[in-house]
Design a protein around this ligand. Sequence first.
Ligand code: PLP
Length: 400
Amino acid sequence: MPGFEIFGDEEKQEVLQVLESGVLFRYGFEGQRGQQWKVRQFEQAFARYTGADHAQAVTSGTAALKVALAALGVGAGDEVITQGFTFVATWEAILDCGAVPVFTEIDHTLNMDPADLEKKISPKTRAIIPVHMMGAAARIEEIVAVANRHGIPVIEDTAQAAGARLHGRHLGTFGAVGTFSFDSVKTMTTGEGGMCITNDEALWQRMDQYHDHGHDHLPNPGGRGGEGRPFIGFNYRMMEIQGAIGLAQLAKLDGMVAAQQQNKKVLREAASAIAGVQFREMADPAGDSATFLTFMLPDKAKADTVAAVLGDAGAPAIRWSENNWHYYPRWEHLLEGKTPCHDGWPFVVQGKRRYIYDPQALPNTVAILERALTYQIPVQLAQEQQTTICSAFAQAARAL
Ligand SMILES: *Cc1c(COP(=O)(O)O)cnc(C)c1O
């Protein structure tokens, strides 16, 4: 998965250029910075790379979701649909807008089930956020078709899938907006950082303005202080050091994905020796960014047996059904409506709980993830590590 594995001279050189100029801010300081606009250059490079018309850099993947939702006009009283297998950030951003997150099941793509999406749409649905979990595409064309039929915009949470494609087209370019994260464990990293991409010029303008206190960024005699503001905003600005690192990491992204695909192929082949394994469904395996390998066993008991053997053999698998940050039944703070706010906002409005989250609401998601075993695929897979995992798979195959 992570760009931190290949952090090197390229990143250092980029950062040094920023430090030498002494300009850390993405706007202004024209005299001092010369022609150096790292965040702007990173936005342009990222748009070019993904094939989107516009890119807006922000401080994190969570901020990217918030900025996209705000620019789409999502607010109190609205519902936003996402899936029950994602990082908490997806629904935190929805709640931060004052809207209510509604959750769909996943299917064997381990992403949003389009049939369940159709059932969860209500007159209040204002946006839909499918997530491309673990580096590979959701059924995004079907999801966008459902959304279009109802006239609802799609935000693709592409935080975990930079560099991934579906039939040659970059993930994040199918919906109204694609959002990315460059946090410290994502495929490419700027330490903290995020990006929104879109082909909708007006929407990009609203994201640009909202992410910087509403500044309209139009030339005027008063400089930054003289800029107008169409509406209130917030501060989600990326700084020049992050933009610089992003330029270096983006240049390595396709190489990282190619290395991961190679490593994944070896491990996938070894795992296929285990009787009854069913690999995660993918519409386009060639477009997989190959950050993770996931396979399902026929039932939970077999998955538990295999997991125990793999753990004993020194190659423990990730069980998402035991993870507190990515799995609906384990989000007790969401389910119980825990908030620091004295009056219960955003779960409680005017003394009334807006929405009740049933921990048992997503049985299909539970049934799939309870049987699933996952391995993270490194960019650099040491021979020793490869041998350990492959022989653990062989042991598991004999144990069944
Ligand atoms: C990492 C992640 C985010 C949030 O990104 P940050 O940059 O850490 O704020 C959002 N959604 C998903 C699916 C993620 O994995």
